[in-house]
Design a protein around this ligand. Structure first.
Ligand code: CAA
Length: 260
């Protein structure tokens, strides 16, 4: 699939997906969501890619939300398909077997905040702004915001943001746990790439199992989730990287992982 609204690049072992409709502040219409869906599949299927970054092109925005121009004329049945496909896409992102970092370079509002929250980790530029302003449009978050925001920052803070519709800056987002790190804007991509490259050096099966245990275990009972963890951890013992990691530790040298 060729892309009109995103840029897909692979450098080393890291893929970068950049939303690229700067004139509309990277607002997500259904064509862009289809492209994101396809790009996530490429990350999954390309064995040379070990980690991914999602960001926004242009100076101002990560993603300023779902495309209001497209949504305003939607009948309920169209809105249902629009939201369902976004949910499928963001679940694919969330459950991708490789780590994904959101590099939030500017506005991450509505659907933009929801995309960032489906990533594993969020790094933000100091000038980034976050919010779920959907209620001001007469709707509610429709791409997972009512659920993922509460899981990240707690139910009370999620309600404050979703009912209040106020934007928060990167520092407040860091304070409440919505983002992991903040950087000056001109350092954001370099720092994100550095972290992604570190993750790409880790034994991929161990990273995959850690992600699986956390992503699928989060909503289970503690007992079931711990059982899942045990299974995932035990499976790591089938890899050459586990043998090498432990051998290297005991021989006091750096491990050479092969991804096997
Ligand atoms: N959809 C469509 N177009 C959008 C857009 C969006 N979500 N956000 C911005 N744009 C467009 C603007 O209409 C404008 O287009 P024109 O130049 O053709 O007029 C262009 O991008 C630049 O935007 P502004 O002139 O508004 O820029 P600003 O700097 O004054 O303000 C902003 C920036 C605060 C982000 C403001 O654009 C804004 O509030 N955007 C909408 C944010 C929003 O409500 N997002 C939630 C959408 S609903 C949603 O996402 C539902 C869901 O859960 C899935």
């Amino acid at each position: 699939m060729s892309y009109a609204n995103i840029i897909y690049e692979v450098e080393g072992f890291v893929a970068t997906i950049a939303f690229n409709r700067p004139k509309a502040l990277n607002a997500m219409n259904s064509d862009t969501m289809k492209e994101l869906h396809d790009a996530i599949g490429r990350v999954r299927n390309d064995e040379s890619v070990k980690a991914a970054i999602i960001t926004g092109a242009g100076e101002k925005a990560f993603v300023a939300g779902a495309d209001i121009v497209q949504m305003q004329a939607m009948a309920p049945v169209d809105a249902l398909s629009f939201m369902e496909f976004a949910h499928e896409t963001l679940r694919n992102l969330e459950t991708l077997s490789k780590p994904v970092i959101a590099a939030v370079n500017g506005y991450a509002l509505g659907g933009g905040c929801e995309i960032a929250m489906a990533c594993d980790v969020r790094f933000a530029a100091e000038k980034a702004r976050f919010g779920q302003p959907e209620v001001l449009l007469g709707i509610i978050p429709g791409w997972g915001g009512t659920q993922r925001l509460a899981r990240l920052v707690g139910l009370g803070r999620a309600k404050e943001l979703i009912y209040g519709c106020e934007q928060i800056d990167a520092r407040r987002a860091l304070e409440i746990g919505l983002v992991n790190r903040i950087y000056p804007g001109d350092q954001l991509m370099a720092e994100t790439r550095k972290f992604a490259a570190q993750l790409a050096e880790r034994p991929p099966f161990a990273v995959k199992m850690a992600k699986q245990a956390m992503t699928f275990g989060y909503d289970l009972s503690l007992e079931s989730a711990n059982r899942l963890e045990v299974e995932c951890c035990a499976q790591c013992f089938s890899t050459a990287d586990q043998k090498e990691g432990m051998k290297a530790f005991l021989e006091k040298r750096k491990a050479i992982f092969t991804g096997r």
